[in-house]
Design a binder for this molecule. Structure first.
Ligand code: NAP
Ligand code: MG
Length: 455
């Protein structure tokens, strides 16, 4: 019996389309198809594999407007973001198209023979992605995996499956053989869990919540299945008195409210040095009030709706706590759609739930610190360590603090976290392993060592 579900536009609450939800038997069939395709894909010459990825990249660029519009309708992303996301997929594919011809091992000096290491593909890679950045996050996994000679089964989040389905069509159109890049739509607890339990899948690349990530890691232990985890965050935005306070205040809303705060890198904890608190808050309030929350189709839109009614309710459940005070809010449309204004909190202590937990919505908390040591210990008092920003004009301090903060990605006088040629990933409970850059290829290859006796 076929089960279908509705895909909803979060800005209008209208049904965009209905899709079939895969079951375990269908998941197993797709995994078998990927395993069969692996037998030929791993032997496609590096040059041919590179050309196919380049062609796929060009097709994504040719369809950037279409892909962006699908994402706007499915995810409520602003037009500016959605176009960036489509371009990011094309860039990441093009970047990893350079890999097949550069992925080589070493020759290691030994007595009595020749010793060589080989970088071999792992096999079928299961990629499970969340709903917050459906296109880029999927492409970070599948581009590196395919370049290294693996085949892929990709499970998008049920809330946002549409761009993944379209990308699979474009891959075929580019000439990537049937069975090499597969997208299967269904529930995490069914399809995603089957990727974990089916032994034909040799590696899981999971992006999502820390809670689900932990259960996936535990599930992978049984088969010693390879696993990469990109999980949650509660990143610090640390503003020192010696920084350009006006710039820091103008940049802070985008650093947390972009994508409606549904961003693993969101700087959702602002730490301001006490001596400049009033000045920072004055500038910050002005920039939050000017932050445009509106129809994501408009070029001027800086923030759209939240992804779902459930997510809106989850985020709202964090508000009104006795440990918090609302400092100020921005504005948001009323009527249909899952809208919420950007909200700035002043927690009464570091124990406030809103200071500790990832909210994944347009909510930010502000606390003050005395000095550098205080800032570092406050920033590090978190189970997470994904991202963060440091604002200072003292070079020595920038160096000291960026080395002391326990986080996989930091930016100084900036909020930029993601460049496709640099590594991305988390410390502590924010993840395991790295995406992007050359480092990611290690996550999609096995190293084999062979000794050839010559005597
Ligand atoms: P989630 O609930 O953990 O779901 C992520 C994906 O896992 C979805 O495709 C989901 O499927 C699937 N899934 C759920 N339960 C599963 C299970 N038992 N076995 C296998 N797969 C399962 O996360 P989310 O709510 O979609 O996304 C928000 C979270 O992602 C936040 O915590 C955010 O910080 C994190 N995130 C991290 C990064 C990073 O790079 N570090 C990037 C983006 C997001 P269905 O939803 O379809 O059921
Ligand atoms: Mg979820």
């Amino acid at each position: 019996m076929s089960t279908t579900f509705d895909v909803i536009n979060p800005a209008t609450e209208k049904v965009v389309t209905q899709l079939h939800e895969a079951d375990i038997a269908e998941t197993d069939a797709i995994i078998s198809r990927a395993a069969k395709a692996f037998l030929t894909w791993k032997n496609v010459s590096p040059g041919d594999r590179a050309n196919l990825l380049r062609r796929f990249s060009s097709l994504v660029t040719a369809h950037r407007e279409e892909l962006a519009q699908i994402e706007i309708n499915n995810s409520g992303h602003t037009r500016g973001n959605a176009l960036w996301e489509a371009d990011n997929v094309a860039n990441v594919l093009n970047y990893y198209a350079g890999a097949p011809e550069r992925l080589f091992g070493k020759q290691i000096p030994v007595a009595g023979g020749v010793d060589i290491t080989f970088k071999e593909p792992i096999g079928v890679v299961g990629i499970i992605v969340p709903w917050n950045f459906p296109m880029p996050i999927a492409s970070w996994g599948f581009s590196a995996a395919l370049a290294a000679g693996n085949t892929v089964v990709l499970k998008p989040a049920e809330l946002t499956p549409l761009t993944a389905v379209r990308l699979a069509e474009l891959a075929l159109e580019a000439g990537i053989p049937e069975g090499v890049f597969n997208v299967i739509v269904g529930k995490g607890s069914v399809v995603g869990n089957r990727f974990v339990t089916n032994p034909t899948v040799r590696k899981i690349s999971f992006t999502g919540s820390t809670a689900v990530g932990k259960s996936i890691m535990a599930g992978c232990a049984d088969q010693v299945k390879r696993v990469t985890l990109e999980l949650g965050g509660k990143s610090a935005n640390v503003i020192f008195a010696d920084s350009d306070i006006d710039r820091a205040a103008a940049a802070a809303p985008g650093a947390v409210f972009d994508n409606s705060g549904q961003d693993c890198c969101a700087r959702s904890r602002i730490l301001v040095q006490k001596s400049v608190f009033d000045r920072f808050m004055e500038g910050f309030e002005k920039s939050v009030k000017a932050f445009r929350v509106e129809d994501p189709n408009l070029d001027t839109s800086q923030m759209g709706p939240l992804i779902s009614k459930k997510q809106l309710e989850t985020v709202q459940s964090f508000l009104g706590d006795k440990d918090d005070a609302v400092a100020f809010t921005g504005s948001a449309p009323t009527g249909a759609g899952y809208w919420m204004p950007p909200t700035v909190l002043m927690p009464k202590s570091v124990n406030a739930r809103t200071w500790q937990e990832e909210i994944f919505g347009p909510v930010v908390s502000v606390l003050t610190f005395e000095d550098e040591a205080d800032a570092i210990s406050l920033a590090n008092a978190s189970d997470y360590g994904l991202s963060g920003s440091i604002w200072t004009n003292d070079l020595g301090r920038a160096m000291r603090v960026s080395r002391a903060i326990e986080s996989g990605n930091l930016s100084v006088n900036s909020h930029s976290s993601v460049r496709f040629w640099t590594p991305f990933g988390g410390f502590k409970q924010s993840g395991l392993g790295r995406a992007l850059g050359p480092d990611a290829l290690d996550a999609y290859t096995e190293t084999k060592n062979v000794f050839f006796a010559t005597e």
